[in-house]
Design a protein around this ligand. Structure first.
Ligand code: CP3
Length: 350
């Protein structure tokens, strides 16, 4: 007789069970941007230092997330860091401006600029992120999983090209369409960097990883398939086997079948599609994460409970649903409303 090797306590957590589509005692819930400016404790820390200084301080970054998880009673912690930090050691000049938005001063505009974004041959320059992973894991309840994350190649490329957030992604799409060689070089390099970075987070102690393709919804299906899918697939195929990957995108639910083709153990959806329609499109052989509109958290506990109930009813008690918002918590959100949501999901039984 062989006995199964003993697994750490988080292995049987509701979230890890949902990622494996196993029945669990409750529907797990965590929120994108669960640690952020809507929390007074967070604003307190941010009065003393900039966002980038905070991200580069592993003790404080770990503490921010640990205190948030304790306060909210959510079913997972996510690494406290930022999507764009990986671009710094690759050669981009990153800053967060007064209004909180990111800005990259030496944006990539022409094919000749692509080599300004160097190969991330090792993750030494991101050691502070790995230290945050180790410190968060060490301080976190053993029953709770820690989620690592990175931006998907398209979303990172969009930031590197636009130099910040954009309304129409005009520069990104133009380069993508008119300069296929430069686009391939750029996305290939980002795909290698992201895979290396996520695997380093896994070695440092995260239990699953989320790939954020936050801006890919600006594309139509043919462009996604031609210019994005192959690179995202490369990242997901390179992730340490056995570690669940949450593949998240926003903006265009028509991309869902193609996102699935790129890969992911769990597909993260936004609110623009009903959860039951999305799960049907994705297929029941995959887990799903989502999808309350973050704006609902600005309303009232009664409305939040009603809307959460609708989403839970659409999931229908099927194993494999991780409750989340369709995108990050807004800074204007009252914390009582977040607590009401977590309670509503935990109280639910199908
Ligand atoms: O709580 C968590 O979710 C963990 C930490 C986390 C942050 N950013 C902290 C943060 C995570 C997972 C991210 C991911 C991230 N960062 C994404 C993908 C998710 C998404 O929203 O689509 C993106 C696009 C970024 C880039 C980024 N960082 C933007 C566009 C901004 C400014 C806009 C905003 O909402 O503030 C940030 C800043 C940022 N990242 C803050 C935090 C807590 C606020 C910084 C501050 O304190 O001023």
């Amino acid at each position: 007789m062989f006995s199964a090797p003993s697994q750490p306590p988080w292995y049987q957590s509701p979230l890890m069970k949902a990622a494996r589509r196993e029945p669990a005692e409750r529907v797990p819930v965590w929120l994108m941007r669960q640690a952020g400016r809507y929390l007074t404790e967070y604003r307190e820390i941010r009065r003393r230092m900039s966002f980038l200084e905070l991200c580069k301080n592993p003790n404080l970054s770990a503490e921010v997330m640990l205190r948030t998880v304790e306060r909210l009673g959510v079913d997972a912690a996510i690494l406290f860091s930022d999507l764009l930090l990986i671009l710094e050691p690759m050669g981009m000049e990153l800053e967060f401006t007064g209004d909180g938005g990111p800005s990259l001063r030496n944006a990539i505009r022409r094919p000749a600029d692509v080599d300004r974004l160097g190969e991330l041959s090792n993750v030494d320059a991101l050691e502070f992120v790995l230290e945050t992973v180790r410190k968060t894991r060490a301080g976190l309840d053993q029953e709770l999983p820690l989620i690592g994350f990175a931006g998907a190649p398209f979303t990172l490329a969009a930031y590197a090209i636009e130099g910040g957030t954009s309304r129409d992604y005009r520069l990104t799409k133009t380069l993508m369409i008119t300069e296929p060689g430069a686009w391939d070089a750029l996305l290939s390099r980002l795909a290698r960097a992201v895979a290396r970075y996520l695997n380093a987070q896994i070695d440092a102690g995260v239990q699953l990883v989320q790939l954020f393709d936050s801006w890919v919804g600006c594309l139509g299906g043919d462009d996604y398939r031609r210019h994005v899918l192959p690179y995202t697939r490369r990242v997901i195929e390179a992730i340490t086997p056995g570690v669940p990957v949450i593949h998240f995108a926003t903006g265009n639910p028509a991309l869902l079948p193609s996102l699935c083709e790129a890969g992911g153990t769990v597909i993260g959806i936004d609110w623009r599609i009903r959860l039951d329609d999305a799960w049907r499109a994705i297929g029941y052989d995959r887990a799903i994460q989502g999808n309350l509109d973050p704006v609902v958290l600005l309303t009232s506990p009664a409305e939040i409970r009603r809307r959460a109930g609708e989403i839970l009813a659409q999931a229908g008690g099927r194993p494999g649903h991780i409750f989340n918002l369709g995108h990050g918590v807004l800074p204007q959100t009252p914390v009582e409303n977040v607590l009401a949501l977590v309670e509503a999901v935990h109280d639910y039984s199908p």
